[in-house]
Write a protein that binds this ligand. Structure first.
Ligand code: FES
Length: 71
């Protein structure tokens, strides 16, 4: 789960699509895998060859108090 700007959240799997490692972090503006450097945009689209498999993005809903992540 990342706060990409105030009040805007994006939830993605922690498991990389390159190899099944739980190494995805949010790095300023994109998701990044600390294992080999796969990069993904906020929609889960790969930004380099390691990220070409994309990243699963979950739906997020909030009423300002409660945050719900669903698929
Ligand atoms: S396991 Fe994520 S880039 Fe290789």
């Amino acid at each position: 789960m990342a706060t990409v700007s105030a009040g805007t959240y994006v939830a993605v799997t922690q498991t990389c699509s390159h190899e099944p490692k739980k190494a995805i972090i949010f790095n300023k503006t994109e998701f990044y895998c600390t294992q080999h450097g796969a990069r993904f945009d906020l929609t889960g689209k790969g930004k380099n060859s390691f990220g070409s498999g994309g990243l699963t993005v979950y739906k997020v809903a909030t009423d300002g108090k409660t945050l719900v992540v669903y698929s």
